[in-house]
Write a new protein. Structure first.
Length: 194
């Protein structure tokens, strides 16, 4: 009788992204968006948003506020936070105003650019990335966090204490809009609450 074998899964690790990760992220983002957003957005919305709303933001990588998740050496997810004004989108058409720094004692940090490979969805990876970002924001002196969630991402953030601040749309051009949800959460501190 043969002993049962177990399937070993490669270890999962979270680390700060570097500019060498950009090609892997550029492959990951369309896979993530097309695979995980198709239940809430049309193909036309998804394709129009790719490269505009759903894109690599190299400034987050340069600021050392963007993380990647690896499994067996392959990038399977990415997500980060920002101390700058921009709340979403890639870095291709960013204005100087969007790149201005925030005052952490007066303004919330921004949770940004979460993408998970569809084959790795619903395994706690997004939650782990969010915790990593929140810890880093607290360490940088931020008391609050805001984000712009996709409709598919809203349940993840709601289950982690984020509340809806506003429902809005991002214009995509060609008569298309992308419905999104601005959400926020107190990270603890300033007023003595946890």
């Amino acid at each position: 009788m043969m002993a049962p074998t177990s399937v070993m899964t490669p270890p999962i690790s979270i680390r700060l992204a570097c500019l060498q990760d950009v090609p892997a992220l550029e492959r990951l983002i369309p896979l993530s968006v097309r695979g995980l957003q198709s239940a809430v957005y049309s193909s036309a919305q998804i394709e129009a948003a790719l490269g505009l709303v759903f894109a690599v933001d190299r400034q987050l990588i340069r600021d050392r506020t963007y993380f990647v998740v690896e499994e067996g050496g392959a990038v399977i997810a990415g997500g980060g936070w920002s101390r700058r004004r921009a709340v979403c989108g890639g870095d291709h058409a960013r204005s100087d105003e969007d790149d201005a720094s925030l005052d952490p004692t007066q303004e919330p940090g921004r949770v940004r650019a979460f993408f998970v490979h569809p084959e790795h969805a619903r395994r706690g990876i997004g939650r782990a990335l969010l915790l990593e970002c929140e810890n880093a924001m607290r360490a940088a002196g931020f008391f609050d966090a805001v984000l712009v969630a996709t409709l598919a991402g809203e349940p993840l953030y709601a289950s982690n204490g984020y509340v809806v601040l506003e429902r809005e749309t991002v214009p995509l051009g060609g008569g298309l809009d992308l419905p999104v949800v601005r959400m926020g959460r107190h990270l603890g501190g300033r007023d003595g609450t946890p």
